[in-house]
Design a protein around this ligand. Sequence first.
Ligand code: ADP
Ligand code: MG
Length: 598
Amino acid sequence: MSDSLLAAAAPTAAPGRISSWSLLLGNRLAAIGFCLLVVLALTALLAPLLPLPDPNATAPAERLQPVLSEGHLLGTDQLGRDMLSRLVWGSRVSMAVGFAATIVAALIGSVIGLVAGYAGGRTDNLVMRGVDMLMAFPYILLALAIVAVLGPGLMNALYAIAVVNIPFFARNVRGVTLALARAEFVDAARLSGKGHLSILATEVLPNVLPVIVITMSTTAGWMILETAGLSFLGLGAQPPQADLGSMLGEGRAQLFTAPHVSIVPGVMIFLIVISLNLLGDGVRDVLDPRLRSGALMRPGPRTEVARNRNRPENRAPDAILNVEGLETGFSHNGQYAPAVKDVSLHLRAGECLGLIGESGSGKSVTALSVMGLVNSPPGLIRNGAIYLNGEDVLAMPEAKLISCRGSRVAYIFQDPLTTLHPMHPIGRQIEEAIAAHQRLDRKHLRERSIALLERVGIPEAAERARHYPHQLSGGQRQRVGIAMALANDPDVIVADEPTTALDVTVQAQILDLLRELQEERGVALLFITHDFGVVSEICDRVAVMKDGRVVETGETKELLSNPQHDYTKRLIACVPEIGQGREFLSRVAPLFRPESRS
Ligand code: ADP
Ligand code: MG
């Protein structure tokens, strides 16, 4: 099952976002497809009300009149029947059969997929092997075989087309259901005493619905083509009834003497199918929340920087990394809002600077801005400069900036389970990090990665290098993350809450390791955390962030003993000491009540 289907299965609508409609109509091709389809469908629907001659009335005297002849806008066919009338009535039949087949296939296929995916195990196996058997035949052949058994006729063509399309729905829906059936919210529903049927209908189905709609919109055009194909072969609509396929088939004999008889229905089939496909692609983009949040765009390789940014001087030329007056924000629906404002920090070689603040205060946005890693869109660096060894990162050419990532500035993230690739052994991933910047042969790559694993304290490194991330403990995974950050001997390491996901004893070990490595290699460390206890362990200096701004900076010892800003005092008060018990909570909780906030 593909990722995009899974993503599409996630709930989509959220307040404040662009509505699906405006997003769909903002996609020009989809809008064209939608308008075209509405016009065609309305014409077909209103056929009985339109002033059209009887589509089946023959007039041998007026055979094969050309297009634009008097009384017959699109000419007549070999029996003198009016082509315009036959076209409108024929489109009506073709579309009705195509859409009906789509609905039947979607209904049956989705039920099969839901049941198989939800039940799992033997039921799943049995049902899906049946579906596989259907898929094993070329499906036009299968449709032909079904019609051959049932006998020619429009209804039988409809059944045949619906049957051969069931597997597409069954497979797509089953894949998404399989993942959903093991999700926590389904477990919760089960524990709350809901029955299987009600879980399927109220918990799973709403999440699968986007997938069903996407599959419908992308296969409807195909089904209309198949209907036309069967009628063309004489297995669908029977004379004198018109449908687009049978009109095409009858016109074949006159292809050279009166080409309009086959070209007119041919163009109609083309228009219907192209409008459906354009609309289908648009619907898929809109229902995929990932495509949606980026307004149908993928983030670029670096954060966008405003051209007219205010670019302050480098006031700390001796620092290895100096962030000056940084303002990074996000635009949504054309509205820009800053997330961090006027942030200035500097970091000297071998120094550890702590960046501390509550969740949402802008620490990660600051850290990611350093190497242009904030996603754009929606991210934008509006103001400021970032000097790495005196050179402004924001003015660097793209290739140079990318080559600096990992080699001069490396990152350690909070949750290594999401940053490590689940399908590759950890040794390979470290080798990959080295190979991104250094030309080494396989043997040396292996030796280096094992040496790194040993250095960060993974026992039996040679053996462990072959293990996958899920075979390691949380602490070990974070050690692998640190090894990857060290792989190219960077000057600066940015560690974004590297110990937040770990328990206290492992946290202490990782902090020890980081401090040791920092002293041994002389790297500068920008250490992000929300915990003053951790800061006092490892940092030389601290910057305190609140609501996107740095409110206080200073030497750790001084700042801890004599905090100036109210907010810093409160953060320090949050570090519990053993033996305080209840008193701790009663002391801290009032500090963070809304009315006590500045
Ligand atoms: P933290 O200090 O917990 O690391 P962040 O730096 O991640 O906080 O977030 C700072 C602010 O930026 C938050 O208000 C958050 O909502 C906002 N923000 C972060 N990423 C995005 C994004 N992709 N789009 C919009 N706003 C974002
Ligand atoms: Mg963060």
